[in-house]
Write a protein that binds this ligand. Sequence first.
Ligand code: CTP
Ligand code: ZN
Length: 151
Amino acid sequence: MKKKELVVSAIKNGTVIDHIPADKLFQVVRILDLDHNDSQTLFGTNLSSQKLGKKAIIKIQDKFFETNEINKIALVCPTATLTIIKDYEVVEKRAVTIPNEFEGIVKCFNPKCITNHEQVTPKFRVLDAHDIKLQCHYCQKITKEETISFL
Ligand code: CTP
Ligand code: ZN
């Protein structure tokens, strides 16, 4: 077996977000609000990856993401994988997936949309998960990757 060294140290309990395209790292930090989190967190970026060329990785001690946070990661980095670590062992590994429908998370890009004027939580149907196209439940307008902004 080939000897393997971890570039970013192992964690005891928590979540590893792997296969983040290197240029998306700081966007992930922002949407998950990791600059306001008290958990011990390790970052690595510009690590070589066969699939992505250059990837980033985030390891967060004692953090287990909820669906809403996983959906955010998926919208920014559809290639990401989440690994759950318990007592230094990998107990679960899965790719993130973009849901067919979701609420909150993203702002409707239409300035006239009711969700931008009243206390109405945005709600979207995902028309295309690869070349992101999100249709607003209220105004029917389509928010695309270039116009996406997170709540
Ligand atoms: N990991 C960790 N702490 C541990 C165990 C694993 O941070 N106690 C990390 C590894 O660094 C790796 C991920 O969790 O980024 C998945 O671990 P593992 O399945 O052992 O690694 P690989 O086989 O290299 O996974 P992949 O093929 O998904 O890169
Ligand atoms: Zn709308």
